[in-house]
Design a protein around this ligand. Sequence first.
Ligand code: MN
Ligand code: MN
Length: 364
Amino acid sequence: MSDMKKNNIDVAFFSDPSTIHLMTGYLSEPHERILAFMIFKDATPILFTPALEIEDAKATVSNIQVESYLDTQNPWEIIQTLIISKGILHSNWAIEKQHLTVQKLEALQEFFPRGCFTFDYSPFMANLRISKSADEIEKMKKAGYWADEAIKIGALALHAGVSELEIVAEIEYQLKKRGISQMSFDTMVLFGDNAANPHGTPGERKLKTNEFVLFDLGVVYEGYTSDVTRTLFFGDAPSEQQEKVYNLVLDAHDAAMAKATLDMSASNLDGIARNIIADQGYGTYFNHRLGHGLGQSVHEFPSIMEGNEMPLVKNMCFSIEPGIYIPNEVGVRIEDCGYLDEHGFHSFTFFPTHLTAYTDFMKS
Ligand code: MN
Ligand code: MN
């Protein structure tokens, strides 16, 4: 890390698996075990893994010392030995405060009682993730392709009387059969008034005709996430209210997609969508930010929201997801994620957005 010397840091201790993936190419979720990547000013970096991961790690990384511990060993004691072997004793550490738990920090402090653990690398890592490389964008396009496929699967499975959870199960079953092992978050399928709750969870509610079905889902593809929302109409013809709310959300979504440009502030982009909805009197029903960054994680820095004056930069990947939620009545959200460059916003997902009756969706 270029600024280690400037900040007089002896050990940069990374614990967030997505940081470790970004820096070493090695991707692993250690759960309660310890996974760490340590960088030093003048010594070979160490990737520290549970013993059961070491062969995988060695096969993935290069120019990195790979060390491990058994479940029966104290990982912190081994880390202490490794770091002392690098000639570092009374050390100045940089940690990821957004990730490292208090429990783990206390373990480090126990083995390095004279260490200083105040420097935080989390904001630096968040900044590093803002612009994606061409390779990362390719992976996100593929993640987007599978999100579109997931919505198709869900749309095809809709029929009166089916439950939200049955549709979730069908989507995930079909994706797994096609080689997608992980969703990027719990798949959301919400019907009718349940979709009017932006934090609703799928349950046993049964689908009736003439209501909306909200799908919000994504997959992980080679360590990169997708996130898409479509609200499909199940029935013959939407009511006046359903149509009005839907088209208003669609107008806000389309305007933000069309007008997103480099150097515009995140706040301005949010405003473009929000004003369209507010001008029609529905502003209070759009009660969340327009979007969020995404990449290795489905929610990353920055927020596309009012008050965030940060400029949008080239190859930033983020969501545009306006919604209107009228409690107990109707909920509509339309979300696409994409990347921004000098030509504008390029979506990763392409499932149609126009309001159509989906009773016989793709069955004809
Ligand atoms: Mn999202
Ligand atoms: Mn979403």
